[in-house]
Design a protein around this ligand. Sequence first.
Ligand SMILES: [Cu+2]
Length: 141
Amino acid sequence: MSGRATARVLRLLPVVLALLVATMPAHSAEDADFALTTAAGNRLLIVSELSPLAINLMHGWRLHLLDTDGKPLSKASITVRGGMPEHDHGLPTEPAVTGEPEPGVYLLAGLRFHMPGRWLLEFDIALDGGAADSASLAFEL
Ligand SMILES: [Cu+2]
């Protein structure tokens, strides 16, 4: 590569990097689809693989569990139940936490919302050490 060509590539590099960053899927807690405060005052930030949510597609969420100071709460156990209260039915799948890839970040797999309307999810949280916490999320699809 000539010196001139190299200089041109180097000039374009920031543009290319900016484009790459702009098209990367959102995975950080700052881009949460839902931000909840738990019963104990902790924070539960939800980042959906599928954003915006769509009907009838199987997908997963990343749950960021943080204390009041924004520090990750690791080794918690989180279970989810829910459904559509107006329709008197539960979830069509059995979403479950499958791992904690980084401290305070939990993978919730197996979500699918099969019809439009109001959905209500309840998160039951057992914090490390055993204290119980919970959060609920209502949203319209
Ligand atoms: Cu329904």
